[in-house]
Design a protein around this ligand. Structure first.
Ligand code: COA
Length: 120
C-alpha cells in the first residue's frame, strides 16, 4: 500500500485540541488522492460547526496541493448529508465517497485506484 500520512489538522479552544482531521496522500501523479480520515470532535463541543470548519480546511488543503480527488469512508457518526454538503458523493453506491477536484475520470478507474490503495 502506497500510503503516506500527509497532514493532520487540529481545532483548538483555549490551547487544547477539541477536533481533528487527517489527510492521507494516496495514489500517484496520474490520480493524486487525498484520503480524509479521523474526523472527530470532543463530545462536549459537538454541533457547533467544528467538524464543518475542519472539512473546509481539508478541502482548502487538497485544492492548494493539487489533489485530483478527495475521498473518504462514510462513517455512521455523521448527520446524513453531511459529506454531501462538502461536495462528496457515493462512489458506485458504496460507502466510499469522493469529490473530484481536477479533471473528470470514470468511476471505474477511481474505484480501481482506491481499491489498489486500500481503505482507510
Ligand atoms: C461526526 C462529528 C465529527 C461531527 O462533529 P461536529 O463538530 O458536531 O459537526 P458540525 O457541528 O460541524 O456539524 C454536524 C451537524 O450538526 C449540525 N449542527 C451544528 N451546530 C448545530 C447546532 N448548534 N444546533 C443544531 N445543529 C447543529 C450541523 O448543521 C450538521 O448537521 P447537517 O449536516 O445536517 O448540517 C462528531 O459527532 C464526532 O466526532 N463523532 C464521532 C467520530 C465520528 O463519527 N467521525 C466521523 C467518521 S466518518
Amino acid at each position: 500500500m502506497n500510503e503516506v500520512a500527509e497532514k493532520g489538522f487540529g481545532f483548538y479552544a483555549g490551547g487544547v485540541v477539541i477536533g481533528s482531521v487527517g489527510v492521507l496522500k494516496k495514489g500517484d501523479s496520474q490520480l493524486k488522492i487525498g484520503g480524509i480520515c479521523k474526523l472527530a470532535v470532543d463530545p462536549i463541543f459537538r454541533r457547533n460547526g467544528v467538524a464543518s470548519e475542519l472539512m473546509k480546511v481539508a478541502d482548502t488543503y487538497l485544492k492548494l496541493n493539487s489533489f485530483h480527488l478527495g475521498a473518504l469512508w462514510k462513517g455512521h457518526g455523521v448527520t446524513p448529508g453531511f459529506y454531501e454538503g462538502f461536495g462528496y458523493s457515493s462512489l458506485n453506491g458504496s460507502d466510499i465517497m469522493v469529490m473530484e477536484l481536477e479533471g473528470t475520470r470514470d468511476s471505474g478507474s477511481i474505484m480501481e485506484a482506491i481499491r489498489k490503495e486500500g481503505v482507510w
